[in-house]
Design a protein around this ligand. Structure first.
Ligand SMILES: [Zn+2]
Ligand SMILES: [Zn+2]
Length: 349
């Protein structure tokens, strides 16, 4: 039986922390559950999951549906699309069976690329390698989760660039149904007619749209999120504090009607493998605390102050005790409620 390999290349950068990564995880489970009830898919579909942030990690090697279990997705720092695509090409070289005189190889692999931001690494030479050798032998569908990506950049590696406009639970649900339907139609078409072209399911209701790359102009691509890395003093576990940019009415001026601010979305514990998946170079982007609206408790130990700033430059949690030990630099210091504003390092997203 010839296999239909499906790759999911998933951006797990910091801006995905919280609801988006959970929704993608649920979505993956729903795809698998649904495909297992489909006789064509069950016979042909093999699935692999590759996650990327600053670095890339193979979460699941190409495996048949019946043996696949949707894994927990990690979070890392950065969005190295170049490294991820390189990784994928190397995997295709080793995992995909080529057609030879003796045997028919695998059907054309389908790759679903999910990303919510722009690459933080260099992509030119990788894109060239992709376009010369892999593009025509695969079906790549690039999906922007939210409107924070550069569709023209994604358009350099595929004609199929789609955008999921809203990233709420309902939109994600519909979107993953669409992914499932697209896999089903392709698995029917390879089984029935040996045609391994891409057969995407129709898009209805407008929650998802195909980008017309001819007409697409680079509208102001701006980062919607600011994410700050903290570490828990009690548990030594890292966590991410996520803020979303929004326009808020000005409290001070009648002339300036709206000011930009970052509103707290939440704080989320993450695993220590965050550091394995992150770029080695620390981000040089900062954000001023005066722009932030809302400060969280520690999501790991419940300490009331999740956004305390140590002299070493890092963010940690503190409790009511006057003296605290920084989990980053291990120095004991007195903390007091901050007055005035200061610049805090943001993650690379
Ligand atoms: Zn804590
Ligand atoms: Zn410190």
């Amino acid at each position: 039986m010839r296999r239909l390999p499906i790759y999911f290349l998933i951006d797990v950068s910091e801006s995905m922390v919280g609801e988006p990564i959970e929704l993608v995880q649920e979505g993956m489970s729903s795809i698998i559950k649904e495909l297992r009830t489909d006789p064509y898919a069950l016979e042909t579909v093999y699935i692999s999951i590759i996650a990327f942030a600053g670095k890339t990690q193979k979460i699941t090697p190409l495996i048949e549906l019946s043996n696949f279990y949707a894994p927990k997705l990690p979070i890392g720092g950065g969005t190295s699309l170049g490294i991820a695509l390189d990784f994928l090409m190397n995997d295709i070289d080793t995992a995909i069976q080529k057609t030879t005189m003796e045997q028919k190889g695998d059907w054309k692999p389908i790759i679903f690329l999910f990303t919510d931001g722009n690459p933080t690494d260099r992509v030119d030479s990788v894109f060239e390698r992709w376009n010369q050798k892999y593009r025509s032998k695969t079906n790549l569908v690039a999906i922007s989760l939210g409107d924070n990506t550069d569709a023209r950049l994604l358009g350099r590696i595929t004609d199929n660039v789609l955008m999921l406009k809203n990233t709420d639970a309902e939109s994600f649900k519909k979107f993953f149904k669409w992914v499932t339907a697209s896999i089903k139609t392709t698995s029917v078409s390879v089984s029935a007619t040996s045609d391994d072209g891409l057969h995407l399911a129709p898009i209805t209701n407008g929650y998802l749209s195909k980008i017309d790359l001819e007409k697409y102009t680079n509208s102001n691509i701006d980062e919607n999120f600011a994410v700050i890395l903290g570490k828990c003093q009690a548990t030594k576990r890292p966590y991410l504090i996520k803020y979303q940019k929004r326009l808020a009415p000005s409290e001070f001026s009648d002339f300036v009607k709206n000011v930009l601010e970052y509103k707290l979305v939440g704080a989320y514990p993450i695993d220590n493998n965050y550091f394995d998946l992150s770029e080695a170079v620390k981000s040089s982007k900062t954000i001023n605390t005066a722009e932030l609206n809302g400060f969280p408790n520690c999501p790991c130990c419940g300490n009331p102050y999740g956004f305390s700033h140590c002299g070493c430059g890092n963010v940690m949690c503190t409790g009511e005790a006057e003296v605290n030990r920084c989990p980053w630099c291990n120095i004991e210091a007195r903390f007091s409620a901050g007055t005035g504003s200061l610049n805090i390092t943001r993650t690379r997203g």
